[in-house]
Design a protein around this ligand. Structure first.
Ligand SMILES: [Zn+2]
Length: 80
């Protein structure tokens, strides 16, 4: 499933509530594993790219490529 149309809204909300960490950490990319995207709550299918992140607090997250870009944009805005 591609990134959800309301991904931006969901990701901003998760940053505010702390369900997503601020930008930073170690990232890996690979093919989707049909797991749910932590950004938009849609599955990342095997024909899509998955972006896996280990945050500074050791929690791991997975995203669609579009969702990781949105997370980086909104996470950085919060740093200011
Ligand atoms: Zn997503």
């Amino acid at each position: 499933m591609p990134s959800s149309p309301d991904a931006a809204e969901k990701i901003r909300d998760k940053l505010v509530t702390g369900r997503l960490p601020d930008v930073g950490g170690i990232a890996f990319t690979g093919v989707g594993t049909r797991e749910i995207c932590d950004g938009c709550d849609s599955a990342i299918l095997s024909e899509e790219l998955e972006y896996e992140l280990e945050a500074r607090d050791r929690r791991t997250f997975r995203f669609h490529v579009r969702c990781v870009l949105l997370w980086q944009v909104y996470g950085r805005q919060r740093d200011r």
